[in-house]
Ligand binder design. Structure first.
Ligand SMILES: [Fe+2]
Length: 270
């Protein structure tokens, strides 16, 4: 994987990964976390933002717990000489509490110059005030990136919700695995649609472990290069670096996906 857009070895930047040991539904132990990080490197990832769930009903990871687990992991990664740069961020449930938490400094933001926040929604429904909350972030100079819109049932049914989010100034992150069918055919279809419509700003692994939710990026990237062209692949990879390095959203290239041939089956059948 080579982008030529980020620093270091020319690898990819991953803005969404659950790598911290023992804080959420990511790896349970430090050893598991290290195995996952090593797989990230094998997948061509050079920089990754650790994004534990925060302000979530199930996982209420505190800033202190996240930072403590992050320090432990990073120390061991450095000791072992693993070639990856880790950052600390969060995946926050888009709520009033998250907005307050952001304002009070309770959300780690050691990436993106503090200008971006990764947000998620409940799977069951899109909250009525979701666009108002996004607006509050935007007016304070922070751009929300919606994690995996393709996986929300409401957005699988209605792509207009995704268009509305982007029209209001939000960005979208599609999960690599969605294109492999990890989340079912509905999510796969919506992910492809987002790529075709120019509604996918960045791709990320949302990695949790090596088995159920691995950082499966290489195969999809190869397919994107083949089907969408080198330029599309490079734009997707470049966007992630642009955001990670905190560059201005005005400079963010919107990806237009123009598949030369619709041979989608080639991805998930071999
Ligand atoms: Fe996640």
């Amino acid at each position: 994987m080579s982008t030529g857009r980020g620093p270091g070895t020319g690898g990819a930047a991953d803005l969404h990964a659950h790598l911290l040991p023992g804080v959420d539904d990511g790896p349970e132990s430090l050893d598991d976390a290290l195995a996952l990080v090593e797989e990230m490197v094998r997948q061509g990832i050079e920089a990754a933002v650790c994004t534990p769930h925060m302000f979530d009903r199930r996982y209420r990871v505190s800033e202190e717990a996240a930072r403590c687990a992050f320090t432990r992991l990073r120390k061991e990664v450095q000791r072992r000489g693993v070639r990856i740069t880790l950052y600390l961020g969060a995946e926050v449930r888009l709520t009033e509490a998250a907005l307050d938490g952001w304002t009070s400094g309770a959300v780690p933001r050691d990436w993106g110059g503090g200008r971006y926040v990764l947000v998620e929604l409940p799977m069951q429904e899109v909250p009525r005030n979701w666009l108002e909350l996004a607006h509050e972030f935007l007016v304070s100079g922070v751009t929300p990136i919606l994690a995996h819109p393709e996986r929300y049932p409401a957005m699988m049914d209605d792509g207009g919700l995704i268009e509305e989010w982007v029209d209001r100034g939000g960005l979208c992150q599609v999960t690599w695995g969605s294109l492999l069918g990890t989340w079912g055919s509905g999510a796969r279809r919506r992910a492809l649609w987002m790529l075709e419509q120019g509604l996918c700003h960045v791709m990320a692994t949302d990695a949790h472990d090596l088995v159920k939710r691995p950082p499966d990026a290489q195969r999809v990237l190869g397919w994107i290069r083949e089907q969408g062209g080198e330029e599309t692949a490079e734009a997707l990879l470049g966007n992630a670096w642009t955001v990670l390095l905190g560059n201005s959203v005005e400079n963010l290239l919107k990806v237009s996906w123009l598949p030369r041939r619709r041979r989608w089956w080639r991805l998930w059948e071999g």
